[in-house]
Design a protein around this ligand. Structure first.
Ligand SMILES: NC(=O)c1ccc[n+]([C@@H]2O[C@H](COP(=O)([O-])OP(=O)(O)OC[C@H]3O[C@@H](n4cnc5c(N)ncnc54)[C@H](O)[C@@H]3O)[C@@H](O)[C@H]2O)c1
Length: 283
């Protein structure tokens, strides 16, 4: 099925790895020209190079989505190169302290133990990141009377998740923002939607966890056992996913994005689509 994405110009934030990487590559496979954004230049460049090596069109752009000046520079670069922006995927949503180490101190603290610096990180990347990128492209989309904005949220923001209150707050905020914006810009043929993911592990995550466990002095056997127990614990929370036989894959998220940005979804706006193996069934 031709999704009608050939020649469209897309920006995908936080696309230097994992789910964003898969979204960027999927858009490129459908013929879109893709700006691969990430906080870390080398990540953005690697993904863009891999897209080009596969015959697609892409540029890597380092920009911190929480920084308005960097975001406007990124959008200017895309407009200078390709003259338009048709698609924005707000995917960056997990704060990244450094390219080497992902763990934010106190990341999984209970709310009672958490402090404002943690809240700020989650709110910044989810709320301000999404608003900055959207604000920077929206006038162009209004002018061209065409645009697709998709934000990646989490079931944590819809049904709650212990130890992730700040993250859930950011994700829930994106829903209100997206629905409000959808009402403002429908008249310009701009669709604004959210995709709510359930647990979507990706290969790099296990590797990074292994590194942290090694550093903490665990043996290889203990590490594999701990990872197995962790996977089983996640699956226990996903009775339907167990029925479906697996947790989420980055390609599940990417396929939902392809649908939302295609004209097959032209009459869908202000919606949240759960891609979660049935974990939550929110109306
Ligand atoms: N993986 C899951 O299980 C899961 C579940 C639900 C929702 N999600 C959502 O999916 C999205 C992608 O998650 P992931 O697991 O692939 O994340 P990830 O941390 O593996 O990758 C995200 C990328 O975003 C980049 N990034 C972080 N802060 C940035 C910033 N300020 N500016 C630009 N880039 C930045 C990082 O450098 C990283 O390369 C996020 O919005 C996340 O909340 C993920």
């Amino acid at each position: 099925m031709d999704l009608g994405l050939k020649g469209k110009v897309a920006i995908v934030t936080g696309a230097g790895r994992a789910i964003g990487e898969e979204i960027a590559k999927s858009l490129a496979r459908e013929g879109a020209r893709v700006a691969v954004n990430d906080l870390f230049a080398e990540r953005a460049q690697r993904v863009a190079e891999e897209i080009r090596a596969a015959g697609g069109e892409a540029i890597g752009i380092k920009a911190d989505v929480t920084d308005w000046d960097e975001v406007t520079r990124m959008v200017d670069e895309v407009l200078t190169k390709w003259g338009r922006v048709d698609i924005l995927v707000n995917n960056a949503g997990v704060p990244a302290p450094s390219a080497e180490e992902d763990a934010i101190p106190g990341q999984y603290a209970t709310f009672a133990e958490s402090d404002r610096s943690l809240w700020t990180k989650y709110i910044d990347v989810n709320i301000y990141g999404t608003m900055n990128c959207t604000r920077a492209v929206i006038s162009h989309m209004i002018q061209q009377k065409y645009g697709k904005i998709v934000s990646i949220i989490s079931d944590a923001g819809r049904v709650g998740e212990p130890r992730l209150a700040a993250y859930a707050t950011g994700k829930a905020g994106i829903v209100g923002f997206s629905k409000s914006l959808a009402r403002e810009v429908a008249r310009y043929c701009i669709n604004v939607n959210c995709i709510s993911l359930g647990a979507t592990p990706h290969p790099g995550q296990d590797e990074r966890t292994r590194g942290r466990m090694r550093a903490a002095g665990m043996t290889e056997e203990q590490i594999e056992q701990a990872l197995k127990e962790r996977r089983e614990a996640v699956m226990r929370n996903y009775p339907l996913a167990r029925g479906l036989g697996r947790l989420g894959l980055p390609s599940d998220a990417a396929n939902a994005v392809l649908f939302f940005v295609s004209d097959a979804a032209a009459w869908i706006t202000g919606q949240v689509l759960s891609v979660n193996g049935g974990f939550s069934m929110v109306g």
